[in-house]
Design a protein around this ligand. Structure first.
Ligand code: F6R
Length: 365
């Protein structure tokens, strides 16, 4: 079943080019228009929607954060993202002009399901982004956008996440084109780049050994920090969660600009910092942050686009991803973080596919 891989997690990491390809191409017609089939998001519907909530847990929540960015940037509709276990216990403003998007691999996460039911009761339109066909979340939604990751066995989510990202981008782009808030040229640019993603992920996977070597050097680290700016912050959250859940190393992800508001107090000699610097607009700012933590003794592994080599002067080591558009870079930048967490966990002798205390789907409160 593992097809020669030592763990399902590594098999699933390697299935991401296919998952991303399938999720994308199920939704594109011959002219590269996005087809949502049964999903009813007409111009009339969208003109009514004045608020979007994206609600999910864990890794799916991290995908939701990037969904917020995409919907606000492309479709110009305000979006709130919240973890389901909090959303359901407050009083969010929901009415018939609200679009509620639930994101869930399993479609069985109890908190997500309960939040969905609450939103439905208050009249919201329910769209879900789900991997498991016919799951509870899918059945109770008005519309379902399926991710085509295939079955995900490892407890730590990898291919579900990247296919959720592709889905969020497609939903956002579709909304934008329906509303007319994006030009054809811009649309084409994003679709072309999405189509290039499977090949670019392959390139990172071929680079596996470089990351394994870094993991073998760093597996004894404690209290690891993940920093980034812009979309990189959300990818940092996901990278940190991956490391925690499978290697049991405590880690924390924060917006790099927040360092000096407190967390930098914890940076000391030898502290491992993973610094994401994939956003062109924020690149120089990130280099300053890297210098800031290195001046206090941190050991910095940078993640950057291969065209941006300047980072080599600031970071101790750099993992490169292929060049891409800033807006879509999370699909690529998360891959090295998954691989790094995996090899660190393996080096520590952890049960990678079945981490302690965790279940694949959380059907209790
Ligand atoms: C982390 C992980 C969890 C899930 C979360 C939501 O690797 O797998 O954080 O993402 O429990 O699960 P689903 O997506 O099934 O609702």
């Amino acid at each position: 079943e593992k097809e020669g891989y030592a763990h399902f997690m590594m098999k699933e990491i390697n299935e991401q080019p296919k998952g991303v390809y399938d999720t994308l191409h199920r939704r594109l017609d011959k002219e590269d228009n996005i087809v949502l089939d049964g999903i009813k998001l007409t111009k009339d519907d969208l003109d009514k929607i004045n608020k979007v909530y994206i609600v999910a847990c864990g890794t799916a929540y991290h995908a939701g954060l990037i969904g917020k960015y995409a919907i606000e940037k492309f479709a110009k509709i305000p979006v709130d993202v919240e973890v389901a276990s909090e959303f359901r216990y407050r009083e969010p403003f929901i009415d018939e002009n609200t679009l509620f998007i639930a994101v869930s691999q399993s479609g069985e996460t109890l908190d997500t399901l309960a939040a969905l039911r609450e939103a439905k009761r208050k009249g919201a339109r329910i769209l879900s982004v789900v991997n498991v066909v016919g799951s509870s979340v899918a059945r109770e939604s008005d519309d379902v956008f399926y991710t085509w990751a295939g079955p995900e066995i490892a407890v730590a989510s990898t291919k579900a996440y990247t296919t959720q990202l592709v889905s969020m981008y497609l939903i956002a782009l579709h909304m934008a084109m329906t509303k007319g808030s994006l030009t054809n040229e811009e649309y084409k640019k994003y679709i072309e780049e999405l189509k290039a993603m499977p090949g670019k992920i392959e390139k990172i996977l071929e680079n596996n050994e470089v990351i394994q070597q870094l993991a073998d050097e760093q597996f004894n680290s404690e209290n690891v920090f993940y920093i980034g700016r812009g979309l990189d912050v959300y990818v940092a959250y996901e990278g940190s969660l991956k490391l925690k859940e499978i290697s049991y190393i405590h880690s924390e992800a924060i917006a790099a600009g927040e360092l000096k508001h407190g967390t930098i107090a914890l940076i000391e000699e030898g502290r491992l910092v993973i610094a994401l610097a994939t956003q062109d607009k924020l690149y120089d700012k990130m280099l300053s942050n890297i210098q800031e933590v290195r001046a206090r003794g941190a050991y910095v592994i940078g993640v950057a686009k291969q065209g941006n080599k300047e980072i080599e002067k600031s970071a101790d080591k750099v993992i490169y991803i292929p060049d891409t558009l800033d807006e879509l870079s999370p699909i690529l930048s998360v891959i090295p973080l998954q691989i790094l967490a995996y090899y660190i966990a393996v080096a520590r002798g952890c049960d990678v596919d079945k981490p302690k205390n965790l279940a694949k789907s959380v059907t209790v409160e």
